[in-house]
Design a protein around this ligand. Structure first.
Ligand code: TIU
Length: 733
């Protein structure tokens, strides 16, 4: 995941290596440090029982620290692994504990995994010996993978995590060369990663094994990868290393606290904070913008954190992290959240006063942002009950597009997208059931990422349509959205629709022509005919831009998308919105509902849908989902992504108010099917056009944003985000 420091490095660095020079793109390279745990490096641990002499492994500590510090100083992504087992040892195959002591006459293995030794139970999670040695302790934001095997990929989420950080290349170090280091490199190689082992920063319990293991890696012109010395790597990084960053453990105050340049993107803020900027300065400046903006675009916030509270939170955060080198990943990053997600102590209104209640616990996604150091600015407005795509259905007011006061903000996550588009926040936690995260992002020139359902916990969310609800992340850049996703993602057993992080694994293409090539599909011309002419022409421009960055346009079967979209509102699924409310809610609250929401719900009731129809729809959903799977690249035939215009057009507020239900439904033409088919989606800015090109009125001034959405198959989030990121970054060059 790229940091601002990495932006200053060349696209590709090359170092001397065996069997030939190793080239790696720093932005897509991670340092992988294998198992530098007390149990392998200190006396009385598991390693001493295995191998006896600890001298060699201990000698690798200083070079590994040097390697780690060099990688940190240029902002490289860092992964650590730890070998070990759950306290009940239920994740351990019997062979791992039975084989070695079964040797006739065994005296060496008198202690086995799980036995209590002086550093706690051997190779057992939570024990002192299981943890990484102090010298190499992970910093906040670095990824730690707990693995039950010798290899790092067996039964762990490492593949998923590497891909979600956009990694294709690995610098590998750690212990032991013959065992976990070698197994991990071999596993990584099979999955397409381009690996280079760093000789001084790996060691084992047997000198011959070390040299043989390393030789085997680069044997036969690079059977598994590369091996390099440490110094060439340090030399390659040296010109780009900021001496301030190199002083990684320094507690001394930075040289000159910087003045904030107003750049809210995560890497820019991270860099500024490391250089001494205070989050108090950012919050203080931000509230001036927020106050001023309030006057021109009302109805953005339902609850704005009072300025003195936000400043106090920023001060407390700064005091909690005095060491600028060890700031958490979202330190001082301002964010907003949709007011259908719980924050303990605050009302959750879902823009529906009769449903409002004071939350006693916070949603896990919110907690996660706070634990990574993000600062809450407020809870944002939405279409009532998160039902709508317009931003015109709330008793708390109607925000408009940040581009033009006559045009809608889109919804239902209206306030979320406006707070990011108007530079009031870095990112926003929204939701997306039928397009609610994508549509407003499109209308405000920002990124709206809807992960595969079940990857972000929906606990603490007032449901709109429980089986289709999805948390969405709105941000300025695909990279920022990806970062927030990767930090907030965790399996939550309390979420009945949660998916395990370990799912379908697709290899990465790290080098050669395939590394930049991808296949994409688009809707057929008849499906695009719903678009306004300027939308069609902007869409085909985007298609050409995708072809220019390595995209190959392939024909696809559009029918599952089309059929699933109709299923959402023409079928019985819309009844699930009523099922999410208390039984007598509609009767009791008729007069308290937004008139358009009431009209919609009454129409649903009047349909008198039957259970038979509902079951038919459930079965149809499964069929279309299977058909959509065939479209995506699970096989050689499929495409990597399907590209659609995020919406067919952009309405004026007055147009929506004149015909609220029909105008809303047209907006969902290219979003409705997303959750029905269990896809992931990234709405991404794709330039602007003149307002007059949409309205046909020559005197209309200004511009509006255009947006395309990248749709990916279930759990192909990392792949889909990477293509969207490339598109966005190519467009901004
Ligand atoms: N036995 C041995 O050399 N190593 C291990 O068991 N684990 C790792 O290499 N980390």
């Amino acid at each position: 995941m790229s940091s601002l420091l990495l932006e200053q490095l060349p696209e590709l660095l090359t170092i001397d290596a065996k069997p030939y020079a190793y080239s790696f793109p720093p932005k897509k390279t991670a340092l992988l440090i294998i198992d530098m745990q007390r149990d392998f490096l200190l006396p009385t641990g598991f390693g001493e029982i295995q191998g006896g002499d600890l001298k060699m492994v201990q000698e690798s500590i200083a070079p590994t620290k040097k390697l780690l510090e060099a990688c940190r100083a240029v902002g490289l992504t860092i992964f650590h692994t730890r070998e070990g087992h759950t306290p009940d040892l239920s994740d351990m195959p019997s062979s791992k504990v039975e084989r070695q002591p079964a040797l006739p006459g065994n005296t060496q293995h008198s202690f086995v995994i799980g036995d209590k030794a002086t550093m706690g139970r051997l190779l057992t999670r939570g024990e002192y010996g299981h943890d990484i040695i102090d010298e190499l302790a992970p910093y906040p934001g670095e990824v730690v993978i707990d693995k039950p095997g010798k290899g790092s990929f067996w039964n762990t989420a490492i593949m998923h995590k590497l891909k979600s950080h956009g990694i294709t290349h690995l610098l590998v170090s750690g212990v032991t060369t013959e065992c976990c280091f070698a197994t991990s490199i071999r596993e990584a190689n099979d999955r397409g990663f381009e690996c280079c082992g760093i000789e001084e920063a790996t060691a084992g319990y047997n000198a011959e094994f070390k040299s043989s293991s390393l030789d085997m890696i680069h044997w036969s012109q690079g059977l598994f990868g590369f091996v390099a010395n440490l110094q060439p790597l340090i030399d390659a990084f040296e010109p780009y290393t900021n001496p301030l960053k190199a002083a990684t453990d320094s507690l001394s105050p930075p040289l000159t606290p910087t003045v904030w340049d107003g750049d809210l993107r995560i890497p820019a803020l991270q860099e500024a904070y490391k250089n001494g900027l205070s989050p108090v300065a950012v919050i203080s400046s931000l509230y001036k913008t927020i106050d001023a903006y309030e006057k021109s675009n009302t109805g953005v916030w339902i609850h704005l954190v009072p300025k003195d509270q936000a400043l106090a939170a920023a001060e407390a955060l700064a005091a909690a992290y005095p060491n600028k080198a060890k700031l958490p990943a979202l330190f001082g990053v301002p964010f907003s959240i949709k007011d259908s997600l719980d924050i303990a102590g605050l009302p959750t209104t879902t823009a529906c006063p009769p449903l409002s209640f004071i939350a006693t616990t916070s949603s896990p996604v919110y907690d996660s942002c706070i634990s990574h150091g993000a600062l809450l600015i407020g809870k944002t407005n939405l279409d009532q009950l998160a039902t709508g795509l317009t931003g015109c259905r709330s008793p708390y007011g109607m925000p408009h597009s940040v581009f033009n006061p006559d045009y809608i903000s889109g919804g239902s996550s209206s306030g979320n997208a406006v707070t990011v588009g108007a530079n009031l926040c870095t990112f926003s936690i929204a939701t997306d059931t039928a397009g609610s995260g994508r549509v407003p992002s499109g209308f405000n020139g920002v990124v709206g990422y809807k992960p595969t359902r079940g990857l972000l916990s929906t606990v603490g969310l007032t449901p709109a349509c429980l089986s289709l609800d999805c948390i969405a992340i709105i941000a300025k850049t695909v990279s920022d959205a990806r970062k927030v996703w990767s930090l907030c993602e965790s399996y939550d057993a309390r979420d009945r629709y949660a998916k395990w992080p370990m799912g379908f694994e697709r290899h990465v293409n790290s080098i050669g022509a395939a590394a930049s090539k991808f296949k994409f599909g688009i809707p057929p011309p008849e499906a695009l005919s719903v678009c306004s002419p300027i939308y069609r022409s902007k869409f085909y421009e985007a298609v050409a831009a995708l072809q220019a960055i390595g995209g190959e346009l392939k024909p696809i079967d559009w029918s599952p998308f089309d059929k699933a979209g109709r299923l959402l509102y023409d079928g019985t699924f819309v009844s699930e919105r009523l099922a999410s409310l208390p039984d007598d809610f509609l009767e009791k609250n008729r007069q308290n509902l937004h008139p358009v929401i009431l009209q919609l719900f009454e129409a649903v009731v009047a349909r008198n849908s039957t259970a038979v129809q509902a079951y038919r729809d459930i079965q149809a959903k499964a069929l279309y989902t299977r058909e959509a799977e065939n479209v995506f690249g699970y096989s050689g035939e499929g495409v990597d992504v399907v590209i659609v215009p995020t919406t067919p057009t952009h309405w004026k507020t007055e147009q929506v108010l004149a015909d609220p239900i029909k105008k809303n439904s047209i907006l969902g033409e290219f979003t409705h099917f997303g959750n029905i088919l269990d896809l992931c989606a990234v709405a991404t800015p794709a330039g602007t056009y003149k307002v007059s090109e949409l309205s046909g009125n020559e005197s209309d001034q200004g511009e509006l944003p255009f947006s395309i959405t990248f749709l990916g198959g279930t759990r192909l989030d990392a792949e889909t985000l990477e293509i969207a990121r490339r598109f966005q970054e190519a467009g901004s060059k």
